[in-house]
Ligand binder design. Structure first.
Ligand code: NAD
Ligand code: WQD
Length: 341
């Protein structure tokens, strides 16, 4: 059996990847400190798959815990998702973000070096591109992150690339996600933001269940057809399948030693906030109150991936559209109005 370690595997994206790896015949070990997740996600994953992941509780900054993890499990490759991801919090608490995201990642890579584990997929973000002027965004587009969160992601990309560049037998991959949304079709696992939801889909979902009064649409004076900002939303199950393809690739003869390809994971299609709002109303079958408010600081007009490299290198292409993203996110939220709690 080939065993994949998912750090942060109990979180929103990690739980869907863990599920898809199990369904693809991999064994999975999840390592998570539950800073932003619940063990219940892993219990649910076990319920809806044939296999069950092993769960180890620990912090990626804890070198001894990582050593014990690698000493007691035969790991073939790592998908490194663990970390902090809130842009606003990263501006308010940069030291915390650098510590968890950067120092935590180097602790993980040191443990991999010590235990001879030589394949890593890193969860990066399209946010590393900053505010590019040319759309769609290619992997060769210059990086210029504008907040500490984005800077930590770029730093870890560079650290992993350098380690992979000289490590014997090392092969890694950086995946830059656009806007992951939606949930597994079972409605059993999904996004469960602790505290105030910053992002569009979880916010609309909470308006739909009545937890919040209305959606604030941040600005309708952007230079887009309907005046609202456009993003490349990607279904979390498409994203999960992209990771399985990345692991398949790294473990195959196709991958080159000492290389760390960078790959965008997006659909290549953009939707405006108003289009997303309309699709949500259709998925729910009722009106979702919304109001136009001022622009949010730091938002850009349009963010859209050129997703062709993923298809060429991995044979992966997103297949799920906006309607499925809303329907699946809604199924999860409706069945679990308070998330996992
Ligand atoms: P999430 O918060 O749901 O998942 C992150 C997981 O990491 C959580 O389970 C959390 O408990 C765990 N974790 C945090 N700090 C840890 C630590 N010190 N030690 C061990 N575990 C720790 O977030 P997500 O949306 O699933 O994101 C997963 C990854 O994908 C992150 O690295 C994030 O930066 C990246 N990403 C997310 C998005 C997005 O919009 N959700 C977009 C691009 C990239
Ligand atoms: C989408 C659109 C908002 C909420 C963020 C991170 C990025 C990456 C993905 C991790 C924007 C509008 C939102 C609301 C709204 N994460 N909006 N009302 O900002 O594209 O990207 O998540 O790597 O780093 O910055 O996503 O979902 O917050 O916003 O009108 O209540 O929805 O203005 O146009 P964003 P988002």
């Amino acid at each position: 059996m080939t065993t994949i370690l998912t750090t942060g595997g109990a979180g929103y994206i990690g739980s869907h990847i863990t599920l898809e790896l199990l369904n693809s015949g991999y064994d999975v070990v999840v390592f998570d400190n539950f800073h932003n997740s619940s063990r219940k996600s892993i219990e649910r994953v076990s319920r809806i798959t044939n296999g069950a992941p092993k769960l180890v509780e620990g912090d990626i900054r804890d070198q001894a815990a990582l050593d014990a993890l690698f000493a007691s499990h035969k790991i073939d490759a790592v998908i490194h998702l663990a970390g902090l991801k809130a842009v606003g919090e990263s501006v308010a608490r940069p030291a915390f973000y650098y510590d968890v995201n950067v120092a935590g990642s180097t602790a993980l890579f040191n443990a991999m070096l010590k235990h001879g584990v030589r394949h890593a997929v890193f969860s990066s973000s399209a946010t590393v591109y900053g505010e590019p002027e040319i759309m769609p965004i290619e992997e060769t587009t210059a990086t210029a992150p504008v907040n500490p969160y984005g800077k930590t992601k770029l730093m870890v990309e560079q650290i992993l690339t350098d380690i992979t560049g000289i490590g014997e037998g090392w092969r890694s991959m950086v995946l830059r996600y656009f806007n992951p949304v939606g949930a597994h079709i079972s409605g059993q696992i999904g996004e469960d933001p602790l505290g105030f939801p910053d992002n569009l889909f979880p916010f609309i979902a909470q308006v739909a269940t009545g937890r919040r009064e209305k959606l604030n649409i941040f600005g309708d004076d952007y230079p887009t057809p309907d005046g609202t900002a456009i993003r490349d939303y990607i279904h979390v199950m498409d994203l999960a399948r992209g990771h399985v393809k990345a692991i398949d690739y790294l473990l195959s003869e196709r991958a080159e030693n000492n290389q760390t390809p960078i790959v965008n994971l997006g659909t290549g299609n953009g939707f405006s906030v108003k289009e997303v709002h309309a699709a949500w109303q259709k998925a729910c079958g009722f009106n979702i109150p919304a109001e136009i408010t001022a622009r949010r600081d730091g938002d850009v007009t349009i963010y859209c991936a050129d997703a062709s490299k993923a298809e060429a290198l991995l044979g992966w292409k997103a297949s799920q559209g906006l309607a499925e993203m809303c329907e699946d996110h809604w199924r999860w939220q409706k069945a679990n109005p308070q998330g996992y709690s």
